[in-house]
Design a protein around this ligand. Sequence first.
Ligand SMILES: Nc1ncnc2c1ncn2[C@@H]1O[C@H](COP(=O)(O)OP(=O)(O)O)[C@@H](O)[C@H]1O
Ligand SMILES: [Mg+2]
Length: 320
Amino acid sequence: MQEVRERIRKLARGTASVAIYGESGSGKELAARDIHTHSPRASQPFIAVNCGAIPENLMEAEFFGYRRGAFTGASEERQGFFHAAHRGTLFLDEVSELPLSMQVKLLRAIQERRVRKLGAQREDAIDVRILSATHQNLASVVERGRFRQDLYFRLQVISLSLPPLRARREDIPLLCEAILMRLRVDGGKPLISEAAMEQLVAYDFPGNVRELENVLERALAFSAGAVIEPEDLNFESLTPPESIDVASSSDMMSRPNADSVNKVLLPMCLPAHLAGIERELIRRALRQSRFNRTRAASLLGISLRQLRYRMQRLTIHDAD
Ligand SMILES: Nc1ncnc2c1ncn2[C@@H]1O[C@H](COP(=O)(O)OP(=O)(O)O)[C@@H](O)[C@H]1O
Ligand SMILES: [Mg+2]
């Protein structure tokens, strides 16, 4: 973590684009904010954009803004992300999710350093530093023809990789300390027993630092005393009960029955449990559809956008 931090300090000084790689929850957004705060642009805006969460038909308006009357419903002039980030930093999160048509337009804006609002006559000069992040291997997305190579080169002047938490277990105690400090309630910082820390360090954290945060937050809620013990830890990737096992697509529609709920041991955190069930069902639908998200969504009876949103919220990757 310290090595990463040192690199961040160094590359913060320049204006080169930085592409940040790492699994979900590994700290990409935090790293991007860190780069901005340690850069000469720190007093200017930092605009974070989740490229996977903007409907395709709104993308141009969101990125470039529009003039009043540019299209039906454009009753007011609006700034886009580029204008909003002027002189500051524009962070393109989940950049691999950008549709190809939008990639062309972004590349142009980045290259020319000029942006034209929808419906406007003239272009405005825009000065932004571009940071991007993705949990995918962008080079292989380029190979599969889903990402433009020219944009890829533009974004990745410098690349910064955040290792998964399980590859830097020595960070876990320090991270725990930092997270507990943030979560602390009046009465001081809660402690972690030696046995609990052993379990934390041994666990694989598929959800990385975000999962560690969740585990600690829950542990705090469960712990009776000022010390977090092993029984306070409820790791997220525990497989949900057998009784909601879903083998075929028709079963996908069935709901967990009262029986399956009875088998669950209390105390347990309802939102975390439901998230576990949701995650498992989404993973199965993805596997069953061979990672075709459109088909997975229809298996689950939800829209593609809802699936994307839920996958993001639950930090599920296709590759899982
Ligand atoms: N080094 C760190 N120290 C403290 N908290 C961290 C660290 N790295 C990540 N986090 C926390 O973990 C969570 C996930 O980080 P985030 O940057 O959103 O990950 P990503 O964008 O890769 O999914 C955030 O709440 C963040 O504050
Ligand atoms: Mg993120």
